[in-house]
Design a protein around this ligand. Structure first.
Ligand SMILES: [Zn+2]
Length: 374
């Protein structure tokens, strides 16, 4: 299934002067070289459809003039998770990248099959984020995972993997990370959003397998599949640049912006439907709830029966179901427990204010992004 033809479409753009280019070497990736101060876009031949149609994975490399880390930012490993695609599009337009130290590698759509079919999965229903590090001779998922891991991910020193909730499931912007690894914890905290979930590692996920070879990875989870959510997008762009500042890839802000101190969830729990029917939410994302508080109602389409959904614990709502049609047992709300719930709620409200007043918020064109973000 893998395309044998190495022919790639390459677009190279030079970035300004390169008088001090001698201080670092060209960056080599997937049989390409990018000069210091250069930008390169190329298409990695990812696979071939059974119609013989080639399927290429577009990659962009921005190589700074001065040495530093190699940060990979990737989106749509689950093909229907779109916020990351827009986050990367805005990130690549930022004026501040002129000051880049080190190298930024951008892959907006890893799972091209899923993106085309508006699906989380590959055509054989495999989940690409359970296929890493993959193999050259395995299933389609295993081969795509292997190609991405071998040719792209392995060349990075740090990774930020962009995700959203599933279809009809909305996530409060949150970082998921294995905080037992110091370099991962540093990245998670530097992202500077209110909620961090100390999430265990799923075997064969990118986060797990890159971690095994010593590359720290954080996952940004925000919004819902098949939707673009402006707050999630802006918080994502800001979070990535915050991590880049912490890593020394971008200069520190001249006037330090209000930093969001993140809170680490002690644990999380799903509240499930106790009946079948039509579900209406009462509580919303980011809201603080107490034990026994009403979160939603499930009604019968045929009579006036109502079943209240209440919270089993005090916490903050970090995920919810948006589809009114529910079966008993379906996950409706994701509640995170914290030591200081009131402080978390206040920080989330402040963060929403910061995001919606950011110059990056709701730009009409990409020129607004360039102007707003230096
Ligand atoms: Zn995902």
């Amino acid at each position: 299934m893998l395309a044998a033809n190495p022919a790639v479409k390459v677009r190279e753009i030079r970035m300004g002067r390169d008088s001090d280019a001698s201080v670092i070497k060209p960056f080599k990736i997937a049989r390409h070289e990018v000069e210091p101060g250069g930008r390169l876009q190329f298409d990695l031949p990812a696979a071939q459809l059974y119609t013989h149609t080639p399927l290429d994975m577009p990659v962009e490399v921005i190589h700074g003039r001065r040495p530093g880390p190699v940060l990979l930012v990737c989106g749509a490993i689950h093909g229907n998770e779109l916020n990351g695609v827009e986050i990367i599009r805005r990130l690549r337009s930022l004026n501040t990248l002129r000051h880049l130290r080190g190298t930024l590698v951008l892959v907006p759509i890893v799972n091209l099959f899923g993106f085309i079919h508006q699906s989380r999965y590959l055509p054989d229903r495999r989940d690409l984020n359970r296929c890493f590090p993959g193999s050259e001779k395995g299933s389609l998922g295993s081969r795509v995972a292997n190609l991405f891991f071998r040719e792209i991910a392995r060349h990075s020193t740090h990774i930020i993997d962009l995700h959203t909730g599933a279809v009809h499931r909305d996530n409060l912007p949150q970082i998921r990370a294995d905080l037992s690894v110091a370099a991962v914890k540093q990245m998670a905290e530097a992202f500077s959003i209110p909620v961090i979930v100390n999430a265990g590692l799923l075997d064969h996920s990118l986060r797990c397998e890159a971690g095994r070879i010593g590359i720290p990875v954080i996952t940004y989870e925000a919004g819902e599949a098949l939707r673009l959510d402006e707050r999630s997008i802006v918080a994502g762009v800001r979070g990535i640049t915050n991590v880049m500042r912490m890593l020394g890839m971008l200069p520190a802000r001249v006037v330090p912006a209000g930093r969001t101190e993140p809170f680490i969830a002690r644990s999380t729990t799903w509240v499930r439907a106790s009946a079948d029917g039509l579900f209406r939410k009462i509580a919303d994302l980011g809201q603080r709830v107490g034990e026994g508080d009403r979160l939603g109602v499930i009604t019968s389409p045929f009579n006036s029966e109502e079943v209240l959904v209440s919270s089993p614990t005090e916490g903050i709502l970090i995920g919810l179901n948006n589809l009114p049609l529910v079966n008993e047992g379906e996950a409706l709300f994701h509640v995170a427990r914290f030591g200081e719930v009131a402080a978390v709620e206040g920080t989330i409200a402040q963060h929403v204010d910061d995001i919606t007043s950011d110059p990056l918020y709701a730009p009409e064109t990409v020129e607004d992004v360039e102007l707003g973000a230096d």
